[in-house]
Ligand binder design. Structure first.
Ligand code: IPE
Ligand code: IPE
Ligand code: MG
Length: 239
């Protein structure tokens, strides 16, 4: 049973889009550059897609920026990514706020640099009252971690284990489950992204590498979504 199954056919625009931003390394490799070059290009794609999502009327956008498994990458790459998060966040936070976006970071942040944790907290506090696009950035995130932390909190709260008690404590909070999940970079896997929340999500896999994912590529994903018939286990609507 999933909470969000109001109608057989959803309106054409997804309320919540989640994206696995994959392919930065290969993009750089194709250009005979270091992986860092690809990650920096990836930041530019993030900026474009956030704007495009808001313009399209998407209410929530969740971006997978760093998985728990990504801690296993070479120390230098991890350090570089953290640095990129810090500088990007510092540079973009006021623009995000001006645009009325509400930012939240989801994941296990215990091993993150103190500076970054503080920045994330401040960005959340600054934008908490905004009513525009809800931007969830998944960093140090794992779908299994999310379910476990929700279950642990349910037990600590004395709420027991049930679909509802876990649902209410997931890191995505009151944001409805994604309607559309996009993975760039050509792999057809979830890589421990939102496991619970993707129960009835439409999954879109594209070979486009993340730094090349632009407005047109995003529009193509939205058009594909609009052509889906969502049944949530029911039978199709009578013609
Ligand atoms: C995604 O791109 C970015 C992060 C995981 C941080 P990758 O770095 O995984 O790029 P590929 O998959 O190696 O091309
Ligand atoms: C998934 O990409 C994680 C993010 C995009 C943050 P990966 O590149 O880490 O996934 P795998 O290793 O190919 O499954
Ligand atoms: Mg990858």
């Amino acid at each position: 049973m999933t909470k969000q199954a109001p109608t057989l056919k959803d309106p054409g625009v997804p309320r919540h889009v989640a994206i696995i931003m994959d392919g930065n390394g290969r993009w750089a490799q194709q250009r005979h550059k270091a992986r860092a070059f690809g990650h920096r290009a990836g930041v530019r794609a993030v900026r474009k897609v956030v704007r495009a999502a808001a313009r399209a009327g998407v209410e929530a956008l969740t971006l997978f920026a760093f998985s728990q498994e990504n801690w296993q990458r070479p120390e230098l790459e991890v350090r570089l990514l953290m640095q990129l998060f810090v500088t990007t966040l510092a540079r973009e936070v006021n623009t995000l706020h001006k645009n009325g976006f509400r930012v939240r970071f989801i994941g296990d942040h215990r091993d993150f640099p103190t500076e970054l944790r503080e920045q994330m907290r401040q960005a959340e506090a600054l934008t908490a009252g905004n009513g525009g696009l809800r931007l969830l950035v998944a960093v140090g995130y794992g779908g299994q971690w999310d379910i476990v932390q929700a279950a642990q909190r349910a037990l600590a709260d004395g709420a027991g284990i049930s679909t509802e008690s876990i649902e209410a404590r997931l890191a995505t909070g009151d944001v409805p489950h994604p309607d559309l999940m996009i993975r760039t970079g050509g792999e057809s896997r979830i890589s421990n992204f939102l496991l619970w929340q993707l129960a009835y999500t439409e999954l879109y896999f594209t070979p486009v590498l993340w730094p090349d994912f632009d407005d047109a590529a995003f529009a193509a994903a939205l058009a594909w979504y609009a052509s889906r018939e969502r049944r949530f286990g029911r039978v199709p609507e009578a013609a």
